[in-house]
Structures are given as C-alpha cells and as structure tokens.
Design a protein around this ligand. Structure first.
Ligand code: SF4
Length: 327
C-alpha cells in the first residue's frame, strides 16, 4: 500500500476508495453485504461535510470506518497526514485523541453510574492529559461551554433530558481536544426545537474550538443547516457531492432531487415543491441492481442506466455527480 502524500492543501481527513463488506450466511449460502463500496472523500480543516442518505445507505458504516471503529475491507483513511488504516490498536489509542465520534443515543455510551463531571474528566484521566486540578478545571469549562451551570456537574445521566445528554456526550468528546468530530445522527432522536439548539451549539463549538466535522444524518434539511458541503450516499456509494447550498437548492442527481422534494415546505409563501415519490424500497446491498444502482427507482432511467454503472464525475459547476444524465 502506498504511503500517504504530504498534505499541503488543508485537508484534515481523506478517505480513499473505502470498501466495507460484511460476509453473512443466508439460505443461499455465504453472501456479502456491500455496505460501503469505494467511497473517496476529503474534509478540509474547519469545514463540515454532511453525509446524507436513507437508512441502510452505508453512511454510518462509512463513519465508523473513518475512525476505525470498523476496519475497512480495503481502502485508506488518512487523518492529519497519517494513514490510520495501517495502525495497530495500540497506536490508534493515541491517534484517537485527534478524532472522536458522537452518536445518536448518547445514553448508550454514557456510564449510568458516573456523574457528569466525572464523565467529562474520564477520557482526560485515561490519557493523563494534565494534573487532577487541570483536568477538573477543563471538565468544568467544557460543561459550561455546552450550556450547563455548575449545579449539573453532580448529576447522573438519567437526570438529564435527551438534548442535555447529547450535550454531555459532546462535552466528553471534546475533553481530549480533538481536531475532528464524526457525528452520527446526533439530533435525530431529539424534538425539533431541541435539534436546533444542539445544531447551534455544534456550530458555536466549531467556531470556538477550531473543529472539523463529518455530520451524518438521514434528514437533508438538518444536514443543510450545518454542513458546508454535502455528500449524498445511495447503496454504499456517493452519488452527489457539492456545496451545501448548491446540493440543497439545485440537486443534480435524481436521487438527491427526490430526497429534497420530500422535505416539507414550511414557508406558506414559498412555492410548493412537487413531490417525487420514490417507488420501491432501497434495494438490498447483498444484490445490487446492475448498471446504476438507483435505476429501478429513477424517473429518468434509460436503457444505458440498466447496464452501465455511472461513476462520480466532476461537472462544470464543481459538483461531483454519478449519473449518465445529470439534472
Ligand atoms: Fe437515473 Fe440513469 Fe442517472 Fe441512474 S444514471 S440516476 S438511473 S438517470
């Protein structure tokens, strides 16, 4: 495997041709779930890349591969100039100080018997990131940064609401001063009003702490709210990548167009969008359609779509789109 090139372009995270297949046993024998199939992407320092797609499109699996919570079947992940895919578990322990992950259900990753202050202190103590007094001071500062007053420090996770628990999870992820946060559906279990609070908090923290985000969600409106660029995934592959505004206001892949048409228009004065109903379920990642994987559900499909697989191409407006007939 080739060594990563020295990065001088401000790219903090780069994924090269990431593949993740899971072997499973079915009535037809051993088969492969092709969860992620050759995804390449890069994230510049300080930006937010949103990854969006239906449940089962492989975005969460990709997110876990990016931080080596899952080992990719093949491909490379370069973080801050280091190929983390070749590192041992022991080496990863230190490298992980640079990248942390937050999840949809923070409760599952919080120790129910550990109070909030101890929860935030714990990763710093594990990695000996200061004296006890320094660690305590930083934990209190982080709790304040995510919006808690000092009285919350002694509370247990079950004494927090869902949104507060997510904020506690964010404070703990920030304890080791990472450069990159991978957030996997961090607001999808929250009420809409709380979602906005957590999204605004993430934006503030990004600005104050010089953070880079990969933000994974199934809701394109949420991703548009926070992301600088958006990557749309379908059946384990990126089908469109572009600036958040471009992708949201003028999609060029038919799948992105269908996702956007399904978002309710809240402004009563706004033009009502024509909804494109996606027919059929997401095909099985065990048995992907030939040609373009989206062709059984695509309103624009033509013969070539059923035989020739489109690859991600750079279009004249800077968008990358995998479609024979970009919109
Ligand atoms: Fe639709 Fe064909 Fe484009 Fe696939 S390649 S999205 S089937 S038009």
């Amino acid at each position: 495997m080739s060594e990563p090139e020295v990065d001088e372009s401000g790219v903090l995270l780069e994924a090269r041709e990431i593949v993740k297949h899971f072997p499973i046993r079915t009535s037809q024998g051993k088969q492969l779930v092709q969860a992620v199939d050759g995804v390449s992407l890069s994230v510049r320092s300080g930006e937010t890349l949103g990854l969006v797609g239906e449940s089962g499109c492989g975005k969460s699996t990709l997110g876990r591969c990016l931080v080596r919570l899952l080992d990719p079947t093949s491909g490379q992940v370069i973080f801050d100039g280091v190929d983390i895919t070749t590192k041992s578990r022991r080496e990863l322990r230190t490298l992980r100080l640079g990248f942390q992950m937050i999840f949809q259900d923070p409760y599952a990753s919080l120790n129910p018997r550990r109070r909030a202050l101890a929860t935030v202190e714990e990763p710093m103590l594990t990695h000996s990131l200061g004296t006890d007094a320094e660690i305590r001071a930083r934990a209190l500062m982080l709790l304040e940064q995510v919006g808690f007053d000092p009285s919350f420090a002694d509370r247990y996770p079950h004494e927090f609401s869902g949104g507060q628990r997510q904020r506690l999870g964010i404070a703990r992820a920030l304890a080791v001063a990472p450069k990159l946060l991978i957030a996997d559906e961090p607001v999808s279990a929250l009420d809409v009003s709380i979602q906005a609070q957590v999204l605004n908090l993430l934006s503030d923290l990004q600005r104050d702490n010089d953070l880079t985000y990969v933000f994974i969600a199934h809701d394109l409106a949420v991703v548009h709210h926070i992301a600088d660029r958006i990557g749309v995934m379908y059946l384990g592959e990126l089908v469109e990548v572009g600036s958040s505004t471009d992708v949201y206001t003028a999609p060029r892949h038919p799948y992105t167009e269908a996702l956007i048409s399904a978002i309710p228009v809240i402004d009563a004065e706004a033009e009502v969008r024509e909804r494109i109903v996606l027919t059929g379920d997401l095909p099985s990642p065990i048995d992907k359609p030939a040609g373009c994987a989206f062709n059984p559900r695509c309103h624009y499909a033509q013969d070539i779509c059923r035989t020739d697989k489109p690859t991600l191409q750079l279009l004249d407006d800077g968008r990358e789109v995998a479609c024979h007939f970009p919109l």
